[in-house]
Design a protein around this ligand. Structure first.
Ligand code: SER
Length: 874
């Protein structure tokens, strides 16, 4: 079976067991502060496990794209060095939400592996939880007994909390698990060492393929385990490993998922896979990382300097660094793998296919810029090493290495490698100290401590009534305290709310809650997982009261104007620039809007005006909002609704249309576009390779902006003595200015010529030299220099020392004819060093010409006299 068939076989198997097959959630998570990337198939179901959300189906299965590069589950450093860990991988999973439990989970896993993938049962090992006294958790004898129906007891092993109690993160759903391991060794090896001795021992051919988790608890923030109201099943099987087994390979990289990428790298670099340990590792690193990066970009996450974007950037840089060092690639190469990747994965993940051009461009640009950084870093490191070598020092400063790492993004292992080549090391303690300090700084900046929830009423999903009304009755279901940067806030969850929670780029609403004459200000509304959090600085005196919740209507109207204008802009961009324009990011603020989208070159002024004019025309057309709530995704697609890559949509969606602009959107909008009044683009710029940004204003903000500009224009007109045509007025001024500049230049030249003639006449024949020392009036050090060179060309055997007070500072220059330097061993630098202390300054230069600057113009006369004396002694 090829990988596409294997994935399908898994899904079909569970479909037959009455599971609903759902889509993979995005790999990049947007509304969960505890998690940056999906690290397990169960993430998207977290709230169902916790009882915060009702499941739409009791049994679900899917293939989920996961990324394990940060937090509790981080495999990054292993990747490439072994043959079965990955950053991005697919997890095949089946779930029961309070439905079947251990019996079926174990039975079906066994059936799938032995009957469909045809693994011999003698190669399988199951581990079960041995219990934990510390946590008061019992041995999982139930699973043990169940497994005994399928496997002999020698193949069932008890495992510790580390291996057999699965937790999503530091807090959240968790429970005992039963892992299935497979022994792929040949018969000889298997005779030599019994398989059960190698389970969980990092043996490359005795590996875990499936984890069956029995979710029973919630790990609270304080570390305590809280039993959940219902028991659930969460299973996860490594798809790449399954393919390795099913295709009878010994490495994930030899499956049809990775081999085309490895082959392409081999072709592009002319290095064979299998040629050497280091180049093999590098090829695996690159084949793995290009997948992670491409999927992240397809999910809308571009490499950047913060948060998820930064993690993606670092993964890409790790790949570039391996390609540079071990495959000797100094030009971008990784982007060339994208077509091969799309060929392998594009069918299962069509977004990859649709966004191929963008993915390629972004990777190429990132590669090019990091290769440049590597070049700069290398040069810097060479200098540091040269300096150390001169001082006979073999250990360079850890602080410098940290700076190289921190500011240039120069990888530490590369620094180590290069140092080792020159028999050098660096001060590791110093490096760690710097690193710790930086971590402390950023931790301090970002720490948010959240308290436990205080439940006042049974939890349910908050009903949003804010499309229809800006004020509603509300009760607090639960609240908690959060502390960030010494500020204490409270998050409130309401039973129903008119407050829009920040989502899809639209800022959250603010407003207030009112009860018993007490007003509680809501400063922001956010969404976290599936909860709507209302932020307030003060808890109401009686949190159990019934409140009137009211949204700040002015702010909401301004936001709606900008949101609807964003849709019109999106439409206009696709009309004017082409259908390749895809939304890449959006910020809908009450005061302005920002829209990022794919487009491969700068938008010229003509195009910008056309886009702006089209949006304004659509505003004047006063298109009426056509809103369809809760329609099936299929129908929305038929309507041609634009959707966002990397966004999690349910099966029922909301469609917002204004005329021909049709988008999937949950935001709040104007009733008819005329309300927007006016649309004004204020900037167009680049965000990344192939991604442009437009910032714009609407309604009164656009009016203010235009009035401000007109005000400036009026001021200019007045300053120009009110000409009817300010453009020609400014042109005239510029022309006059150029003429004046030329005139000044001419005058200065004339003055210089006059000074030159006067000075020439001062030349005094002394010791076979034309000695001139003079105080001159010039307006810049450059003029002093010009003057010296002009006199050098004019007068032979010249010993010239000039002084000048330029804007209160003393300047000196010494010029010697070349023959005086070569035959008489005179040196302008020596002379300037001797005379510059009297002007409180210093300087230098070359043997025939040296200059100095100083703070004391009063010393110029004396300096010149000294110079004359030196000439007299020559
Ligand atoms: N959550 C478990 C894991 O990630 C099983 O899906 O291993």
């Amino acid at each position: 079976m090829n990988s596409v068939e294997i994935r399908q076989c898994f899904l079909d198997f569970f479909r037959q067991k009455e599971h609903r097959i759902v889509d993979s959630a995005p790999m990049v998570i947007k509304h969960d502060p505890t998690l940056m990337f999906t690290n397990a198939g169960m993430n998207q179901f977290k709230d169902i496990f916790l009882g915060n959300e009702k499941p739409a189906w009791k049994r679900v299965a899917n293939a989920q794209k996961c990324l394990r590069v940060s937090g509790k589950h981080n495999d990054l450093e292993e990747v490439g060095h072994d043959t079965y860990h990955h950053t991005m991988f697919e997890m095949l999973g089946n779930w029961s939400f309070g439905d079947y439990f251990k019996k079926e989970a174990i039975e079906w896993a066994y059936e799938f592996l032995t009957r469909l993938v045809q693994i011999h049962p003698g190669r399988l090992y199951a581990t079960v939880f041995e219990g934990s006294q510390e946590e008061h958790l019992e041995k999982d004898l139930e699973s043990y007994e169940l497994w005994k129906e399928y496997l002999p007891v020698e193949q069932i092993l008890f495992g510790t909390r580390k291996d057999n109690f699965w937790e999503m993160g530091d807090s959240g759903p968790c429970g005992p698990c039963s892992e299935i391991h497979i022994d792929l060794r040949n018969d000889d090896e298997r005779k030599k060492t019994a398989g059960h001795l190698l389970v969980n021992k990092d043996h490359p051919e005795v590996i875990e393929i499936w984890n069956l988790v029995f979710i029973e608890y919630n790990r609270r923030k304080d570390g305590a385990l809280e039993p959940l109201p219902r028991k659930h099943v969460d299973t996860g099987m490594g798809f790449e490993r399954l393919c390795m087994v099913a295709q009878n390979r010994r490495s994930n990289y030899d499956t049809d998922i990775f081999r085309p990428l490895i082959d392409e790298i081999a072709y592009l670099t002319s290095i064979k896979y299998g040629q050497g340990r280091e180049s093999d590792t590098a090829m695996r690193v690159i084949a793995d990382h290009v997948r992670a990066i491409a999927f992240a970009i397809a999910d809308g996450q571009l490499p950047s300097n913060t948060k998820a974007g930064y993690v993606i950037r670092r993964i890409l840089r790790r790949a570039v660094r391996y390609s540079y060092t071990f495959l000797k690639q100094s030009e971008p190469m990784i982007f060339r793998l994208v077509p091969a990747l799309v060929k392998v994965m594009g069918e299962a993940y069509p977004d990859l296919h649709k966004q191929q051009a963008l993915i390629q461009n972004v990777i190429r640009e990132e590669e090019a810029s990091f290769l440049k950084t590597l070049g700069t870093g290398l040069r810097l490191l060479e200098q540091i090493m040269d300096r150390a070598a001169k001082e006979n020092n073999r250990t360079i400063s850890g602080k410098m290495v940290f700076e190289l790492y921190d500011t240039c993004g120069f990888p530490l292992d590369l620094t180590e490698l290069i140092l080792r080549e020159r028999n050098m090391t660096f001060n590791l303690d110093e490096f760690h100290k710097e690193m710790d300090e930086q971590k402390k700084r950023s931790k301090h900046a970002a720490t948010v401590e959240t308290g436990e929830w205080i439940d006042l009423r049974p939890m349910k999903t908050t009903v949003f009534v804010g499309y229809e009304t800006l004020t509603a009755q509300a009760q607090i279901l639960r609240y908690r305290q959060v502390r960030s940067r010494d500020e204490i806030l409270y998050q409130l969850v309401l039973d129903q709310t008119p407050f829009y929670a920040e989502a899809g780029g639209q800022m959250g609403d603010s407003g207030f809650l009112l009860a018993g004459g007490e007003k509680t200000e809501i400063i922001d509304t956010r969404q976290e997982n599936n909860q709507v959090l209302h932020l307030t600085k003060n808890l109401p005196a009686n949190p159990a009261a019934v409140f009137t919740a009211t949204v700040d209507s002015h702010r909401r109207i301004m936001t709606a104007n900008n949101h609807s204008a964003t849709h019109l802009l999106h439409f206009a961009l696709r009309e004017v620039l082409g259908k390749h324009v895809e939304q890449k990011g959006s910020l809908v603020h009450p005061d302005y809007l920002r829209f990022d989208f794919s487009h491969f070159q700068k938008i010229n002024d003509n195009e910008l005006s056309t886009i702006e004019a089209l949006v304004n025309r659509l505003i004047r057309d006063n298109l009426v909002l056509d809103e369809k709530r809760q329609i099936p995704m299929e129908e929305a697609k038929r309507m041609g609704a634009l959707s966002l890559f990397g966004e999690k949509y349910g099966e029922q969606v909301r469609v917002v249309s204004f005329g021909k602009s049709v988008e999937l959107c949950g935001g709040t909008h104007v009733q008819a576009t005329g309300q927007i009044g006016l649309f004004k683009i204020i900037s167009e710029s680049a965000v990344a390779a192939g991604v442009r940004r437009i910032e714009a204003l609407t309604s009164q903000k656009a009016e203010q902006y235009i009035n401000e500009k007109l005000g400036q224009l009026r001021t200019i007109q007045m300053m120009l003595k009110n000409p009817s045509d300010p453009v020609s007025g400014v042109e005239r001024l510029m022309k006059e200015n150029a003429e004046l500049e030329k005139r000044i230049g001419d005058l200065q030249n004339e003055a210089l010529q006059k000074i030159r003639n006067e000075i020439s006449e001062k030349a005094e024949w002394m010791h076979n030299m034309n000695v001139i020392t003079a105080l001159v009036q010039v307006d810049s050090a450059d003029r002093l220099r010009d003057l010296s060179f002009q006199l050098k060309n004019k007068i032979e055997n010249l010993y010239l020392v000039l002084g000048s007070n330029i804007k209160g500072k003393a300047h000196l220059s010494v010029m010697l004819s070349d023959n005086l330097v070569s035959d008489r061993q005179l040196n302008a630098v020596d002379i300037i060093r001797k005379i510059s202390p009297v002007i409180n300054g210093g300087g230098g230069g070359q043997p025939f010409f040296a200059t100095a600057g100083g703070k004391n113009p009063g010393g110029l006369e004396k300096a010149l006299a000294m110079a004359r004396k030196i000439a007299g002694e020559a």
